[in-house]
Design a protein around this ligand. Structure first.
Ligand code: GLY
Length: 308
């Protein structure tokens, strides 16, 4: 079977390269997605995921993450987790070692401890410069981005996984789309997977990831499916008297074909498949539904435009 992996934002190139190395050696999609996300969770230069991520209104780092196994439709998710560098691994443990789908806050932290997952203290998780930036910007916080990754392994297993610190300056306890199945992520190995980034509140309103996988099941190509989802989500929000915020989606079907779409400028993603080298690809906003919104710092060179 064709292997492949795709993830949101240029900062995910390192995750895609790692996941691709696992998949190439016939590793599992689960290990590929988890090990890829680990790099982004640890990287202090990425301001919206894991260690060094956006702080909440009380100056605390609360992390959300999830993982879905498309073979079994098993889900593991955590929300509002503090003091753990790798929330995606707690999410995986929820999926593999409990009868539940989601555990939040202190319950998730106790569960992680019981599973032998190593905790980290605040000085490691929140470096001083991050706290200073939070102090400077706390009256006007912006930003809300996620690593969402889909991996398809050589056995045909499709996994979708996410990790984020959620919205910058969020009310403590706020949960976004990233740990919510169907909104931030979805995977079905008979079809494919999808993952979202953007303002969680709008992605939740429109259940973007589940809809994207269903549209692929109905016969759309991955690119047709993501474009349809982002466009209809944007239009539905407008039609209900609301101003849409950022919505972007990536998806990959079980054959390793992929797509991406956004309702804003500045979105790009990283992808690698058996016959497509690891690359960052820029996405033009959908015609007729383009808004201005905050996008994270892009350090890597964007190498293509809609290069699918
Ligand atoms: N999409 C990330 C969040 O809104 O929490």
């Amino acid at each position: 079977m064709m292997w492949g992996t795709i993830a949101t934002w240029p900062f995910s190139l390192q995750a895609v390269e790692k996941a691709a190395a696992v998949l190439q050696k016939n590793g599992t999609a689960m290990d590929a997605a988890e090990q890829g996300i680990h790099l982004v969770e640890t990287d202090l230069s990425i301001e919206s995921v894991g260690r060094g991520g956006w702080l909440n209104a009380d100056g605390k780092l609360e992390l959300d993450a999830a993982m879905m196994n498309g073979d079994t439709l098993e889900i593991g998710a955590v929300a509002g987790v503090q003091h753990y560098e790798h929330p995606v691994s707690i999410a995986r443990a929820v999926m593999e070692h409990t009868r539940h789908n989601m555990i939040i806050g202190k319950g998730a932290e106790s569960f992680a401890c019981s599973m032998g997952i190593k905790a980290a203290d605040d000085t490691y998780m929140i470096p001083e410069n991050i706290r200073k930036i939070w102090q400077q910007n706390k009256e006007n916080p912006i930003g809300h981005d996620t690593i969402g990754i889909i991996s398809v392994d050589q056995n045909g297993t499709v996994v979708s996984a996410t990790s984020t610190s959620g919205a910058n300056g969020k009310i403590p306890g706020r949960v976004g789309d990233s740990p919510l199945v169907g909104s931030g992520f979805y995977a079905d190995s008979q079809i494919g997977g999808a993952a979202a980034t953007g303002l969680g509140e709008d992605i939740m309103r429109t259940c973007c990831s589940f809809r994207c996988v269903q549209l692929m099941a109905s016969g759309m190509t991955p690119q047709q499916a993501v474009e349809t989802v982002v466009r209809t989500a944007h239009e539905a929000i407008l039609a209900h008297g609301r101003k849409p915020d950022c919505i972007a989606l990536v998806c990959m079907n079980k054959h390793g074909q992929f797509g991406a779409a956004a309702n804003h400028t500045g979105f790009s993603y990283a992808v690698c498949t058996e016959n497509h080298p690891a690359q960052i690809i820029g996405v033009s906003p959908l015609a007729g539904c383009c808004i201005d919104c905050f996008v994270p710092e892009i350090n890597q060179t964007v190498k293509g435009e809609d290069g699918i």
